[in-house]
Design a protein around this ligand. Structure first.
Ligand code: AMP
Length: 125
């Protein structure tokens, strides 16, 4: 089944300016903002501006320009937050939940960038 995008999801509303957000970085194709319920001292959500549901949807369907913009924006945020191990930061985790098994709550692709404390093992169970 092909992906169907629900334009009433909360991140679509953020992109349309219907709901406020605390923007960290905005580019032509990407928006990054603070998670409303942070699970670490640094918790940034990074979304493409295009209508993509999951990472595989984006990776298979987005333009190269969108993919480069999105990927570079994530890299820049890691640098800006000071968490990149390559720049003497303490490290971070990037997570993208997809679908039911991935426990995705918002059906618009997003990466979580988490940092600022020891994050434990990747999966608890
Ligand atoms: P996921 O379970 O991967 O779909 O994660 C959705 C994330 O979106 C959660 O971490 C929520 O705290 C976050 N979230 C939901 N609504 C908002 C909002 N209005 N602004 C910022 N983050 C939000």
């Amino acid at each position: 089944m092909a992906y169907e995008y629900d334009d009433q999801n909360i991140f679509a509303k953020i992109l349309r300016g219907e709901i406020p957000n605390t923007t960290v970085l905005e580019t032509e194709h990407t928006l990054a903002f603070r998670d409303i319920a942070p699970q670490a001292p640094e918790h940034v959500i990074v979304i493409p501006k295009g209508a993509y549901v999951t990472y595989d949807h984006f990776a298979n369907s987005a333009t190269e320009e969108e993919i480069v913009d999105y990927t570079r924006t994530i890299g820049r945020i890691c640098n800006d937050l000071g968490v990149s191990p390559g720049l003497d930061g303490q490290g971070y985790r990037v997570i993208s939940n997809a679908g039911a098994a991935g426990v995705q709550e918002v059906p618009h692709l997003h990466m979580h960038i988490l940092a600022g404390r020891p994050l434990g093992r990747m999966l608890e169970k």
